[in-house]
Design a protein around this ligand. Structure first.
Ligand code: FAD
Length: 324
């Protein structure tokens, strides 16, 4: 039997799908006693929904100082929940937030941590993990040998779709945290103005490279994304050229994505780009160079001019959507 605590990431009171993916997977293992922790200000109302994804108990850490995310405050809040629950295992999403604060929690708990896992299995109270290494060229098996709580962060879209059961309910526990003597205070978080899903969370990502030639030409990818309900990503060359904001960059120095479908348009497939997308379930590459390295990882390769192929594909997707 393993006591598992899953961190539920929320923004403005809305939980992230990637957290529910982890919670569902933990709850699906019969040998687990599954708990969840949610942190913020005015987030207790989420507990009911969290329960439907399989948490037996939802631990709520609320405090006005937790309204805006900061590593210092969130790591203290989660440490307080860990002290209250005393789990064998702590899991969180490998989101920008998870990447930021989970190592701090591990340090506070003196715990072993494996980050960016793409597979998590529970063998009794022991975690068995897989994570990509060397920009995805190798996958390593990992376990945590140190005594005490085991921690891992999990790449979004790695553990299957979250399973919700409206009949499931959770017990709610409030956890107090002392946030006195904080060294930092977040005054404001300025949000990006995109209404599209984030590339790390979307089931479909359509990315464009330098060959799109301008920010305006990305409108072609946005049109396709609107039809497919997808996010729009970019190579670093496209971001450096100012065609897209850095938040859309996929790769080693951008975001790591693992969607069901990744469409790479006019992207050469440099190792640093592959590091961010090669664990995608299906990869479609469109490139006018038949020898482009992206084709080595592609499941479907389209050789041709993206300026002709993208509008044609979008028109076909539209027709398909309208006929269903
Ligand atoms: C430390 C470091 C970190 C990096 N991190 C990242 C990262 O996070 N993400 C990232 O993406 N890169 C990263 N890079 C940069 C990376 O090495 C490549 O330079 C970059 O990915 C290239 O972007 P690109 O494929 O858009 O451009 P290019 O390499 O210029 O490729 C353009 C491609 O478009 C094709 N093409 C041209 N015209 C058309 C057309 N009309 N129709 C179809 N295809 C066409 C060409 O054949 C070519 O394959 C990093 C580099 C370093 C050194």
């Amino acid at each position: 039997m393993a006591k598992v605590l899953v961190f539920i990431e929320q923004r403005d009171g809305k939980a992230k799908k990637a957290s529910y993916e982890i919670l569902s997977a933990a709850a699906a293992a019969a040998s687990n006693e599954t708990h969840a922790v949610v942190v913020g200000d005015g987030v207790a109302g989420l507990a009911k929904e969290i329960g439907t994804y399989g948490a037996a108990t939802v631990h709520v850490v609320e405090n006005a100082a937790l309204k805006l995310y900061s590593c210092e405050a969130y790591s203290k809040a989660v440490k307080a929940a860990i002290d209250a629950v005393k789990p064998d295992i702590f899991l969180a999403s490998h989101s920008p937030m998870g990447k930021d604060f989970v190592p701090a929690v591990a340090a506070l708990c003196d715990a072993g941590l494996v980050t960016d896992c793409t597979s998590v299995t529970f063998e009794g109270a022991k975690l068995k993990l897989k994570r990509p290494m060397y920009s995805g060229k190798a996958i390593c098996d990992a376990t945590i040998v140190a005594a005490g709580i085991q921690m891992a962060t999990v790449r979004a879209n790695s553990l299957g779709a979250p399973k919700m059961d409206a009949a499931k309910t959770a017990t709610v526990q409030n956890v107090a945290v002392d946030l006195g003597g904080m060294k930092t205070k977040i005054l404001e978080i300025v949000k990006g103005n995109s209404s599209r899903p984030d590339v790390t969370e979307a089931g479909i990502v359509i990315s464009g490279g330098r060959s799109l030639k301008s920010a305006e030409n990305f409108k072609m990818l946005e049109d396709m994304a609107d039809v497919l309900g997808a996010a729009v990503g970019a190579s670093r060359a496209a971001v450096d050229a100012g065609y897209r904001p850095h938040r859309d960059q996929v790769g080693q120095t951008g975001k790591v994505v693992s969607p069901s479908l990744y469409i790479a348009t006019g992207i050469s497939g440099a190792i640093q780009h592959l590091a961010g997308m090669r664990t995608s379930k299906i990869i479609v590459a469109i490139n006018n160079d038949p020898n482009a390295p992206i084709f080595q990882v592609a499941d479907y390769s389209i050789v041709g001019d993206l300026f002709q192929i993208i509008p044609a594909l979008t028109a076909e997707f539209k027709k398909l959507k309208e006929s269903t």
